[in-house]
Design a binder for this molecule. Structure first.
Ligand SMILES: NC(=O)c1ccc[n+]([C@@H]2O[C@H](COP(=O)([O-])OP(=O)(O)OC[C@H]3O[C@@H](n4cnc5c(N)ncnc54)[C@H](O)[C@@H]3O)[C@@H](O)[C@H]2O)c1
Length: 355
C-alpha cells in the first residue's frame, strides 16, 4: 500500500512531517506494508510554475497509490485560493471522493458524533460564473446542483456505516424551507434510504436551528448527514465544541474504489505558520482514520492511546492548554507509543515487535 503525502502550505507543511515517524513506527511494529512518498503540490509550485494538481496526477494516484495524506492548502499570496481549489476539489471530484467523514467529540459530553458530509456536489459543483464584473451591475452565480444518484449513494454509505457502528440516531440537516428543490430531494432520499436501516431512528432539522441546538446541547446527536456546504460549516462548529481546529480530522472516501484522501479539518493557519506552535493532533488523528480505513485497527488504537496520554502532558501545544510545540507534542506521542508497543499490546505476528 503506497500513500501519497501532500504536506501543502503553512502549518500543513509543519504538522505532516512531524506525524510521519508515528506512521513509520506503526508500520514497522505491526508489519503494515505501507510506504509513502511526498509530493510538493501547493502554493510554491503554483506561484513558480502555475501548476496545482499536475497533469496525470489522478491517473498516477489511481494506478499506484491507495490513499493521500494531505496537510493543508492556503497562502496569503494567492487570495482567491485558486491552487487550493485546483488541488483539493480536483482530488475530491476527480477521484469521486463523495463521502467526507468528520467525527468530533464535544468536550461537554465526551461522546463522539459522526458527521458525514457530501463532498463533490451542491454549491461546490463548479457550476456558475460571473456575467459582468461591472461594479454596479455585477452578476455572480454559484449553482447548488445535486443529482439523485449521488445523494442516494452518499446517504446509503453513511447510514450503513452508522448502522454498522451500532449508532441509533441520525439527523439530516437541510434548508428545504428556503432552498426547496435540493432540500426536498435530500429529504425524500433520506426517508427512502432510512427504511433499509430499521435500527436507525431518523430526524430532520433546518440547518440554522440545528446549529443552535448543537451548540446549546450536543447530547441528542449521534450521526449527522449533510449536504456539502452545511457539512463544511457544521464541522467547524464541531471543532469548536471539541476545543479547537487543531483537533479534528477528516476522511474523504470513494466507497466503490476504496480510495481515500485523509486531511485535518483545519487550513494552513497563516496566523501561526512558522511559530512552531501548530497542533499536530488533528493530523495524527487523521492518520488513525487512514489506518482504520486501510484495515489496521490495532495500529490505529495504539496511536489513539498515545495521543490521549500526550494530550494530558505539558508537551501539548498551547491550544490544548500545554506549553509545548508541534515537535514536543509529537515527541511525547512517540514516547508513549514506544512504551505502549514495548508492552506488546496489540502487536501482531509479522511486525517488528512480537510482544
Ligand atoms: N482543507 C484545507 O486545506 C483548508 C481548510 C480550511 C481553510 N483552508 C485555507 O487555509 C487558509 C487559512 O484559513 P482560515 O484561517 O480560515 O482557517 P484555519 O483553519 O487555517 O485557521 C483558523 C484558526 O484556527 C487556528 N488553527 C487552525 N489549525 C490549527 C492547529 N493545527 N493548531 C493550532 N491552531 C490552529 C488558526 O491559528 C486560526 O486562528 C485559507 O487560505 C483557507 O482558504 C484550507
Amino acid at each position: 500500500m503506497r500513500i501519497a503525502v501532500v504536506p501543502g502550505d503553512g502549518i500543513g507543511a509543519e504538522v505532516v512531517p512531524t506525524v510521519l515517524p508515528a506512521l513509520d513506527l506503526l508500520n514497522d511494529r505491526f508489519g503494515l506494508g505501507i510506504s509513502h512518498e511526498t509530493f510538493g503540490w501547493g502554493a510554491e509550485r503554483w506561484l513558480a510554475e502555475g501548476v496545482g494538481l499536475p497533469p496525470g496526477a489522478l491517473d498516477l494516484l489511481t494506478a499506484e497509490y491507495g490513499a493521500v495524506l494531505l496537510g493543508a492548502l492556503g497562502d496569503p499570496r494567492i487570495p482567491d485560493m485558486a491552487h487550493g481549489r485546483d488541488i483539493l476539489l480536483g482530488l475530491r471530484r476527480g477521484l469521486d471522493l463523495y463521502v467526507n467523514h468528520r467525527p468530533f467529540t464535544p468536550r461537554a459530553t465526551g461522546r463522539s458524533i459522526d458527521l458525514f458530509r457530501e463532498n463533490t456536489q451542491g454549491l461546490y459543483s463548479g457550476v456558475g460564473g460571473t456575467i459582468t464584473q461591472e461594479r454596479r451591475t455585477a452578476v455572480a452565480i454559484d449553482e447548488c446542483v445535486y443529482t439523485r444518484d449521488t445523494v442516494e449513494k452518499f446517504l446509503r454509505h453513511s447510514l450503513r456505516t452508522l448502522s454498522d457502528q451500532g449508532r441509533e440516531r441520525v439527523t439530516l440537516i437541510h434548508k428545504s424551507n428556503a432552498v426547496p428543490n435540493t432540500g426536498r430531494l435530500w429529504q425524500e432520499v433520506f426517508r427512502a434510504e432510512l427504511a433499509h436501516f430499521p435500527g436507525l431512528r431518523g430526524s430532520e432539522e433546518y440547518v440554522d436551528s440545528f446549529c443552535y441546538h448543537l451548540v446549546r446541547d450536543p447530547s441528542p446527536y449521534e450521526g449527522i448527514v449533510a449536504p456539502n456546504l452545511f457539512g463544511d460549516i457544521v464541522s467547524d462548529i464541531g471543532a469548536a465544541l471539541m476545543g479547537g481546529l487543531g483537533l479534528t480530522a477528516s476522511a474523504s472516501i470513494c466507497p466503490e474504489t476504496g480510495f481515500g484522501l485523509f486531511e485535518p479539518v483545519h487550513g494552513s493557519a497563516p496566523d501561526i505558520a512558522g511559530l512552531g506552535t501548530a497542533n499536530p493532533y488533528a493530523t495524527a488523528v487523521t492518520l488513525t482514520l487512514m489506518l482504520d480505513h486501510l484495515g489496521h485497527p490495532a495500529a490505529s488504537s495504539a496511536l489513539r492511546r498515545s495521543l490521549a496520554e500526550a494530550v494530558r502532558s505539558d508537551a501539548a501545544t498551547p491550544d490544548m492548554g500545554g506549553h509545548g510545540t508541534t515537535g514536543s507534542f509529537m515527541a511525547e506521542v512517540m514516547r508513549q507509543l514506544e512504551k505502549d508497543l514495548a508492552n506488546g499490546i496489540d502487536a501482531v505476528p509479522g511486525g517488528g515487535s512480537h510482544g
